[in-house]
Design a binder for this molecule. Structure first.
Ligand code: GLU
Length: 400
């Protein structure tokens, strides 16, 4: 008997979470594995944020809260959207959920029917298509070429839209490619969306503060203000404030959608953790100065990883604009054999061989629907990264 529901049986497990779990298990067995799988900042959550959580516990803020967020956090989010993105929301436009993933899930659950299509430019984050499948609708994967910096072009969007299209998902800077959309790129996509009023856009801005070399962050609802009512702009505290474990994601969007998302939450998770919400208030209202310092540290790591990998035999590595991922093309290794005797037919073979023979955990491009590549998360200290790059470069040199 099939135990899984038919719907869940269609869903692929999260490869990013699996990669970090695998690295943890191998380390527990005593192997010196370097985990560059899941994208999680190595920095600690800042002290003032931890203190706000301790204060919340001490003052008994440990009970149910309004389902989609406390008023104080909604206000902090409104202020953040105004300060950073030139977006004017009211509390009725704001939803808070237990993580960015939950925001996306709630939005999709609230709006998708079985015949609906969601356009997802690829390579994409592992969870977008699976959340759409979990909600019973159809992900439409739209491959974006390396020569276009893996970004969705307006013509490609225009030709993918059908009467069944309900959403298009945008993510900039991108997980897994690190490429970012400029205001001009987004304006061109906005022009397409303008003539298709039945299509909504999800703008996943979670890597907003991780953009390098002075590049300016742009988001669709700001670039195309007339589409304001059709854009769900989502973000979270995980990446910017090193708060992955606290599980706080948030979004701004049209009131009708925010209400439907609250209806989903009220029958599933109820409110996000009360203590985490108070910590998120401190994160968003506190000093933002350390964000640029951390971005500088990430940029130095990016530069080191990219230059190391550019020297690796069989890899081609573009320079990402932001996030903490590099996404080397490993076509030059495909069809060859590793020194351990593994035939490298796919990027899954490549990443399995890198794990087994070089003891570095990375995620295959196929998990992001963009092959043959693999994703390295460089959200770890420089010394570990240098060691990991050395191992990968040596692995590549030994491939026959
Ligand atoms: N978003 C991160 C990643 O891609 C965290 C893990 C996950 O939730 O997928 O690695």
């Amino acid at each position: 008997m099939e135990r899984s529901s038919k719907r869940l049986a269609l869903v692929t497990p999260s490869a990013t979470l699996a990669a970090s779990q695998m690295a943890r298990e191998l380390r527990a067995q005593g192997l010196d594995v370097i985990g560059l799988g899941a994208g999680e900042p190595d920095f600690d959550t800042p002290e003032h944020i931890k203190q706000a959580a301790k204060d919340a516990i001490a003052s008994g803020k440990t009970k149910y809260t309004p389902v989609d967020g406390i008023a104080e956090l909604k206000q902090a989010i409104i202020d953040k959207f105004a300060r950073d993105n030139n977006l004017a929301y009211t509390p009725a436009h704001i939803s808070v959920a237990p993580g960015g993933k939950a925001i996306i899930f709630n939005a999709m659950m609230a709006t998708l029917n079985p015949e609906d299509e969601v356009i997802i430019p690829t390579p994409c984050w592992v969870s977008y298509p699976e959340i759409v499948r979990l909600c019973g609708a159809k992900p439409i994967l739209l491959p974006c070429a390396a020569r276009d910096d893996y970004k969705l072009r307006a013509e490609a969007l225009a030709s993918a839209i059908t009467p069944q299209t309900k959403w298009v998902m945008l993510n900039s800077p991108s997980n897994p490619t690190g490429m970012a959309y400029s205001a001009g790129d987004l304006a061109a996509l906005g022009d397409v969306l303008r003539v298709h009023p039945h299509v909504m856009a999800l703008s996943d801005d979670i890597y907003e503060h991780l953009l390098y070399e002075g590049k300016e962050f742009a988001t669709l609802a700001d670039v195309a203000p007339d589409l304001f009512d059709r854009v769900l702009t989502m973000n979270g505290v995980s990446k910017a404030y090193a708060m992955t474990g606290w599980r706080i994601g948030y979004a701004g969007g049209p009131e009708w959608l925010i209400k439907l998302m609250a209806k989903v939450m009220a029958q599933t998770t109820t409110n996000p953790c009360s203590i985490s919400q108070w910590a998120a208030v401190a994160a968003l209202n506190g000093s933002q100065d350390f964000l640029s310092e951390r971005a500088q540290a990430f940029q130095a790591r990016r530069d080191m990883v990219v230059s190391a990998l550019q020297s690796a035999k069989g890899l081609r590595c573009t320079v990402p604009d932001g996030a903490f991922y590099v996404y080397p093309d490993c076509a030059g290794l495909i069809g060859r054999t590793s020194s351990g005797g593994r035939l490298l037919e796919t990027d899954i073979d490549v990443t399995e061989a890198i794990l087994a023979e070089a003891l570095v955990a990375v995620v295959p491009g196929s998990a992001f629907h963009g092959s043959p590549n693999f994703r390295i998360s460089y959200a770890t200290d420089m010394e570990t990264l240098e060691a990991a790059c050395r191992r990968i470069v040596e692995f590549c040199a030994r491939v026959k």
